[in-house]
Design a binder for this molecule. Structure first.
Ligand code: ADP
Length: 303
């Protein structure tokens, strides 16, 4: 007979220190006046270990996130809770947005998460208010939506590319703040992550997309143009953070040169928000004794 051992639960080395989710949120939250450009993209705030430690931490945290999302869903189904979360990922090309989407989506139940990527607006999208395509992807209560880019592109791209008169994108700061405040009031929290990557790391990743067969499908000339406009984007990011970091929806600036770190940090930021809800398993509104007796009676072999 083969004895099946349970999978070994990964443990973090004793000397690795990691900030609790709430502490990490405070470490990464954008503070008015803070310089976006000064955030060291290679740093790992709140985590003292290396890549291998980071990977071990993922497994542990992913299990926590999975459990919390299930509790969220259970309370929505059986407790009438009306809460949902939108994780917004912004950042330059190759800052790892797509990888984080896959990481978070892979951690929770497929029923508990929806993902959406917002590229250049389609003809139909462009014929609508810029928030139209965002509304259509808002999560149902009990679930998490992960956005690869978002409504913030509608400030960044027109600004840097000069696609509209400045007035058009300038008005959007307030429109977005009101939109997100309204969402929070109706139970949908927006968690906004601005990934920051160094020019050197970006060059390395974009180069891979040109020379590696398995990555060539990701290469786009447009990414090189955006890279050339590095400083214009930096300014645009700075203003965006200043103008749209609000009490109900603050921005978190996450160093992203080390993918294992940004993934760990984003999952912890999500865990922090979910833990705030203090979600208990909803108790059944039945008498377990009665139900157990009925279960016994329902034994098909007793018919
Ligand atoms: P990615 O580069 O993230 O893998 P895509 O190439 O499909 O994905 O789409 C991203 C491109 O779409 C980026 O260049 C981005 O700036 C552009 N984009 C996204 N939203 C908008 C928008 N609202 N207006 C103009 N361009 C946008």
């Amino acid at each position: 007979m083969t004895i099946i051992e349970p999978a070994e639960v990964p443990r973090l080395a004793d000397n690795v220190e990691q900030a609790a989710p709430g502490e990490l949120a405070k470490l990464l939250e954008f503070r008015p006046g803070q310089s976006f450009a000064a955030v060291d993209a290679e740093s790992t705030p709140g985590f003292s270990g290396d890549k291998a430690d980071g990977r071990a931490a993922h497994d542990l945290d992913n299990a926590v996130l999975k459990d919390l999302q299930e509790r969220l869903f259970a309370n929505t189904k059986a407790g009438g809770l009306k809460r949902a979360f939108v994780l917004v990922l912004q950042g330059r090309d190759s800052s790892g947005k797509g990888g984080i989407v896959r990481h978070v989506a892979g951690a929770v139940s497929p029923h508990g998460v929806v993902t959406a990527a917002f590229g250049v607006p389609t003809e139909e999208e462009a014929a609508h208010h810029f928030l139209w395509r965002i509304y259509r992807k808002l999560p149902r209560f009990g679930t998490i939506a992960v956005f690869d880019r978002s409504h913030y592109e509608d400030i960044l791209v027109p600004r840097v590319r000069g696609l509209t008169p400045p007035r058009v994108w300038q008005e959007r700061y307030d429109v977005i703040n009101e939109f997100e405040e309204g969402l929070a009031e109706s139970g949908v929290d927006v968690i906004k992550v601005m990934l920051t990557i160094s020019p050197e790391k970006q060059a390395e990743r974009l180069r891979d997309r040109i020379v590696r067969i398995d990555k060539q499908w990701k290469h786009s000339r447009g990414d090189l143009e955006d890279r050339r406009d590095w400083d214009e984007y930096t300014e645009a990011f700075q203003d965006l953070l200043e103008r749209t970091s609000t009490e109900s929806a603050p921005w978190y600036v996450v160093p992203a040169d080390r993918k294992w770190y940004s993934r760990w940090a984003v999952v912890r930021l999500l865990i922090d928000r979910l833990q705030d809800l203090d979600l208990q398993w909803p108790r059944g509104t039945f008498d377990p004794e009665v139900e157990l007796a009925l279960l016994e009676k329902s034994d098909p072999r007793r018919r």
